[in-house]
Design a protein around this ligand. Structure first.
Ligand code: SAM
Length: 201
């Protein structure tokens, strides 16, 4: 009998979901709100962490924002394959963002959208985001549901976890400060948006 580590099971789970992962009009409309909250402009660069099949490039396209560089990262090769079908020009890398991530040039924005519940090692997210950003760049953790809305959604679908799906604000604030970020803002009304800026040198 083959045994799988939790990470391997996670990869298998998302690989299996990729083919049927539909970026509906509604999900693209919600992603547009996040892209607008992020504030990315044409020509700027974006690292889309845990990109899935490409709801963020779909939102950028709808908003007619053409980034100077767009890199999609995901732990699931099948998710990235689906993303490249829709967006053949997208740069993609199959990586686990809970491992140290080194990139050769800095980004203006690092975004983790609708994926924070899947990350356990929050410290590594901040280490990787800080390393990946230009000074003054923005790191955003966003979700299409509010903190409470996501908990209620999980209860409805019978999903239970020992962790909070969206980590407590105070934990995110402390990690941001420890890892060289300032200008921290948190919105939790229509969507959840935690945003911080890499301190300029
Ligand atoms: C719920 S999906 C969201 C995908 C996309 N952001 C969206 O909104 O449609 C979560 C994504 O996180 C990815 N993921 C989970 N753990 C990851 C990790 N450690 N590193 C990179 N990606 C990861 C999964 O493969 C999956 O594509």
């Amino acid at each position: 009998m083959t045994t799988h580590s939790p990470k391997e099971s996670e990869i298998e789970h998302f690989n299996a979901l990729a083919a049927g992962w539909n970026n509906s009009e509604e999900s693209v409309a919600l992603a547009q709100k996040v892209v607008q909250a992020l504030g990315i402009k044409a020509g700027q660069s974006l690292l889309d962490v845990a990109s899935g099949t490409g709801v963020i490039p779909a939102a950028l396209h709808k908003l007619s924002i053409r980034p100077g560089r767009y890199l999609a990262l995901d732990i699931s090769g099948a998710m990235l394959e689906a993303l490249r079908e829709g967006y053949p020009e997208a740069e993609t890398q199959c990586v686990d963002f809970e491992n140290p991530f080194i990139c050769e040039s800095g980004f203006d924005y690092v975004l983790i959208y609708n994926s924070i519940p899947h990350f356990v090692n929050l410290e590594m997210l901040f280490v990787n985001a800080e390393r990946s950003l230009n000074p003054g760049g923005t790191f955003m953790i966003a979700h299409s549901r509010t903190r409470q809305g996501l908990k209620e959604h999980h209860a409805r679908i019978g999903y239970s976890s020992t962790r909070e799906p969206i980590p407590p604000d105070q934990a995110l604030i402390e990690l941001a400060v420890q890892h060289g970020f300032d200008r921290i803002t948190i919105e939790d009304e229509e969507l959840y948006c935690f945003s911080c800026t890499r301190v300029s040198l």
